[in-house]
Design a binder for this molecule. Sequence first.
Ligand SMILES: Cc1cc2nc3c(=O)[nH]c(=O)nc-3n(C[C@H](O)[C@H](O)[C@H](O)COP(=O)(O)O)c2cc1C
Length: 254
Amino acid sequence: MAVYEITFSPTGGTDKVTDILMEGYQEEKKEISLLSAQEDYGKYEFQKEDICFIAMPSYGGRIPQIAAERLTQMKGNGARAVLVCVYGNRAYEDTLTELKDKAEEAGFAVYGAVSAVAEHSIMRKFAAGRPDTKDMAELQKFGKKLREKLEQETDSGEVQVPGNHPYKKLGTIPFIPKPGRGCNSCGYCARFCPVGAIDPKDVKKVDEKKCIACMRCISVCPKNVRKLNKVVLLAAETKMAKLFEERKENELFL
Ligand SMILES: Cc1cc2nc3c(=O)[nH]c(=O)nc-3n(C[C@H](O)[C@H](O)[C@H](O)COP(=O)(O)O)c2cc1C
């Protein structure tokens, strides 16, 4: 039996949450990132006894479509899966339902699911500092319960998660980061972009059709000079503030 942490985490929030949930598997887990634009994900084949935590952020109440494509190239072969949806304290709508559909399509057996809050990767003032100490205690508890189920039960049962069919319509996110003053064209942003949207020869050039606004280029910039347009960002924060007021809690589905 092997234990895997399979994540799509452009700015690290999804990884943070999943690491806490998987503390009990710290020693043995193997990590697979779904962020690579070069990797052939079809090479991953799992076995029935394996345990796979599959984690993705919510983008507009859906899973990132590129992450869905990469996940469904894998062969689950009945491996036991725990699904994790991480969102920025607005809402996650159909994210878990879509993730469950895709995991099952790839051949995983879903034993449990978690929704959890992490700092909003575009509007960072929302859910700032989460997961915090309260979240950590809660997620550790969820992790123990999930481990009990995985160890004691031989059948996944029918895990119910919130969400609807048809899924919420996919939206476009008008936030494309650009390099500011001080950019020395080191090319990190292009190298680590999960969809190959940035021209490595001229990092100012972004293929707007490919960009998924995941903010990975901002988070890997060693000079901290890749940024969003401040005016556009402030306008969005002001317009959406009400939706973020109330603290959303983490949930466990078994
Ligand atoms: C393109 C995009 C769309 C997002 N849509 C939502 C959303 O619909 N609801 C929400 O609460 N958070 C939303 N977020 C926030 C992320 O789900 C959240 O910050 C998550 O922790 C990001 O994961 P990462 O840190 O692993 O990249 C969105 C973020 C991005 C980049």
